[in-house]
Design a protein around this ligand. Structure first.
Ligand SMILES: Nc1ncnc2c1ncn2[C@@H]1O[C@H](COP(=O)(O)OP(=O)(O)OP(=O)(O)O)[C@@H](O)[C@H]1O
Ligand SMILES: [Mg+2]
Length: 401
């Protein structure tokens, strides 16, 4: 028989006081954004005209994963809307995750729904069922009825199927689609080559201002983690845990997401072991888990061929420990085999080179140039930086799952 004073359940979390602070979706407020003052003020400067109801500059933000691009863009947009309101300007922003909304129709629908208030406009924006052009027409009407200026954040912009929506948004004003409302677009990408793929006209209007966010160093990562130290109960964190996690994360990628993940996982490890402190030694194990997560996130929404190329390199790395990597021709051979197995036509060697470059930009692989002497000319070698087991594991997971 259970008496009411049983201790089957713990009523208080012994480790975390406010775990939310370490969740991915958490948007830290001012004071918790560390080491991005310059980026934030440059971004604010670019969109500043919106405060007066004038057109903000269109902006493209680049940088490796976990460098605070999405965070700073959202933060500046929030602040802009608040400040504009203080000036009597009706402003809003719409956030689109293009990895989720890859088609033009989905993206327009998301924007229209985000800026709409059916009580105010009497316009409905159903989840689906309308043609792309109808969604656009409703969007333009909503914008003109409700706002003086709207910022549209297209995050992971490189995941869009094509440039059509960029064309529409960047030319809505001059094409007379909207009249009262001014639009600004903030595009965000971690693919440096994205711009090369853009249509010239889109490029010239969308890339009025460009910013590159650098990776964080160990001190910045430590500050970022320390600013969230109150996620833990007092005296639960071993004093050397954060510095250790920062050092590891900085050495590898300078990725704030990973640093925060490491801290959360280290806390969970303490929880599952039932010990009262988050010890430095938990960081190693936490790092492995964070690495798998990070890689999964990095390749989220990437094309099958981009995955086949990585899979080829992972297979090579598992079969042979080569410190300096594998030549493009060798990777291409294995890649072709994988395509054959998958029943898919292989891409040209040139496209595969581009895909390898993209992976190198994200630090998934490392490229090195070699000179083979006069007979061979020069060639490139590719080396996987991620653990090949992790790559293989993640790549063979159900892609749609
Ligand atoms: N300067 C910072 N201060 C505090 N937290 C930060 C900072 N930069 C990033 N973070 C946190 O790290 C995580 C990753 O940041 P963010 O999502 O902005 O990265 P990103 O550059 O958009 O990466 P990706 O290219 O993968 O989308 C988020 O949880 C964010 O809150
Ligand atoms: Mg982002």
């Amino acid at each position: 028989m259970l008496d009411t004073g049983d201790d089957l359940f713990t009523r208080e979390d012994p480790i975390f006081a406010n775990k939310e602070l370490l969740e991915i979706s958490h948007l830290p407020g001012e004071g918790r954004i560390v080491g991005r003052d310059d980026e934030i003020s440059q971004l604010a400067n670019a969109v500043n005209p919106a405060i007066f109801g004038q057109s903000p500059s269109n902006v493209l933000i680049y940088g490796k994963t976990g460098t605070g691009k999405s965070l700073c863009a959202k933060y500046v947009s929030n602040r802009l809307v608040e400040t504009a309101a203080g000036e009597g300007v009706d402003a809003a922003f719409a956030y689109v995750d293009c990895a989720q909304d890859t088609t033009e129709t989905q993206a327009v629908q998301t924007i229209a729904e985000a800026v709409n208030d059916p009580d105010d406009t009497d316009i409905r924006v159903p989840d689906k069922g309308l043609s792309t052009s109808t969604y656009y027409k409703r969007l333009w009407r909503i914008l003109d009825v409700r706002f003086d200026v709207v910022l549209i954040l297209l995050d992971e912009i490189d995941k869009l199927d094509d440039d059509d929506i960029l064309m529409q948004l960047s030319r809505a004003g001059e094409a007379g689609k909207i009249d009262r409302c001014k639009l600004g677009v903030i595009g965000i990408s971690n693919k440096i080559q994205y711009k090369d793929r853009m249509d010239e006209r889109v490029k010239s209007s969308l890339c009025e201002r460009e910013f590159v966010f650098p990776p964080y160093d160990a001190n910045q990562l430590r500050d970022i983690m320390e600013a969230r130290g109150d996620a833990f109960r007092e005296d639960v964190l071993d004093p050397s845990t954060i510095p250790r996690a920062a050092a590891l994360a900085a050495r590898e990628h300078g990725d704030a997401r990973k640093a925060i993940d490491i801290l959360r996982y280290a806390g969970e490890i303490a929880q599952s072991k039932g010990v009262p402190t988050v010890k430095e030694e938990f960081v190693t194990q936490a790092r492995e888990r964070a690495e798998t997560d990070r890689f999964r996130e990095l390749i989220r929404g990437s094309t099958p061929h981009s995955r086949y190329v990585l899979q080829a390199l992972a297979l090579l790395s598992l079969s042979k420990q080569r410190q300096d990597g594998f030549r493009t021709s060798r990777v291409y051979e294995i890649y072709e085999n994988i395509c054959r197995q998958e029943g898919s036509d292989s891409l040209s060697l040139r496209r595969v080179r581009d895909l390898l470059k993209e992976h190198a930009f994200l630090d998934i692989i490392e490229q090195s140039k070699h000179s083979g002497g006069s007979a061979e000319g020069s060639y490139t070698k590719h080396r996987l930086l991620e653990d090949p087991e992790v790559v293989k594991e993640v790549l063979t997971e159900d892609i749609d799952g």
